[in-house]
Design a protein around this ligand. Structure first.
Ligand code: SIN
Length: 310
């Protein structure tokens, strides 16, 4: 049993790939993902200029989940464009996560990517780790202004990576934008920003990063991200927008939960940090075994079926 999916006419052999996290920055990282069972290669969020990122240690794994304030370290868009021909040899979709530091920067990167063989762009609206830079995904007016300009670059389909929302009204507002701009997919969601985890041995934050605060990921994020996926699924049910679930997928059961909540696919980052790229094969195998045990042949048969009240 093997499950496949598609986003904006791009086919994926599998349901799981890497989130744009700390392990997809260098050519070596990306080739390692290419050689794994990840269904795609998702490049670390790109800025115009190369960035070194925040002060180390910028990520930590704890008993409740991960925390990071990596600060968008990346090689700059020109370096990634040069890598595309080599990355294409892995015969899986190449996704460029883009996180320009201004509207103009995003335009520069989008424009340059149009003439490459990149399959999809994931516009990251939700990095919480840049000092002094607001997360655009929480500002609906700015999001509309940005999308109005980026929609002019229409050769490569793009989706949105969103922050977690804790009020359903915010989900409704973002869903309206997704409909208005006919966004083909949303990645739901980025880390819960500006969290603090204190190390009981030192009484200090477990990371330096941006003032010791960072985005919460992994198991601690899962219930919030699942709730966001479930709410977006309802809000976007009558559209063609697909949902990629992110947050605490560490087992086949976790991926199954996201499908129940309404996701089409999943992304992982935190589990990659402690397990490496073998996690893609393990999690998808566990998922297939679970589906077989439950005698479910298509994800559509269970997608969005979590609600006890229906
Ligand atoms: C980071 O680079 O700080 C993490 C990426 C993100 O949260 O978007």
């Amino acid at each position: 049993m093997n499950f496949s999916s598609s986003l904006a006419n791009t086919s994926f052999n599998g349901l799981l790939f890497n989130a744009s996290g700390p392990l997809c920055i260098t050519q070596e990282d990306l080739e390692s993902i290419g050689n794994s069972k990840s269904a795609a290669i998702n490049i670390k969020s790109i800025t115009v200029e190369p960035r070194a990122g925040n002060q180390e240690p910028f990520w930590a794994l704890t008993h409740i989940g991960g925390i990071n304030s990596v600060g968008l370290p990346n090689l700059g868009y020109k370096a990634y464009i040069q890598m595309v021909p080599k990355l294409k040899t892995f015969t899986k979709p190449i996704i460029a996560s883009v996180s320009g530091l201004s509207i103009e920067d995003n335009e520069t990167i989008f424009k340059a990517l149009q003439d490459t063989e990149i399959d999809l762009i994931e516009l990251n609206t939700a990095c919480p780790n840049i000092e002094g830079k607001a997360m655009i995904g929480y500002d609906f007016e700015q999001t509309r202004a940005l999308l109005t300009r980026l929609k002019l670059f229409n050769k490569i389909p793009f989706g949105l990576k969103l922050p977690p929302y804790l009020d359903p009204i915010l989900i409704q507002e973002m869903a309206e934008i997704v409909k208005e701009f006919e966004i083909p997919f949303i990645s739901c969601c980025n880390t819960a920003g500006n969290a603090l985890i204190i190390d009981p041995l030192t009484d200090r934050s477990v990371i330096k990063g941006k003032d010791g605060l960072g985005g919460l990921s992994g198991a601690a994020l899962k219930p919030i991200a699942l709730g966001n996926v479930a709410m977006f699924y309802r809000a976007l049910k009558d559209t063609n927008t697909k949902i990629i679930g992110i947050g605490g997928i560490e087992s086949g059961r976790d991926l199954y939960d996201y499908i129940l909540a309404g996701a089409d696919m999943g992304q992982v980052a935190t589990v990659m940090m402690h397990e490496g790229n073998g996690c893609f094969e393990r999690i998808q195998t566990e998922f297939c075994i679970l589906m077989k045990e439950k005698n479910i042949r298509k994800i559509e048969d269970i997608q969005g079926s979590w609600d006890l009240s229906i």
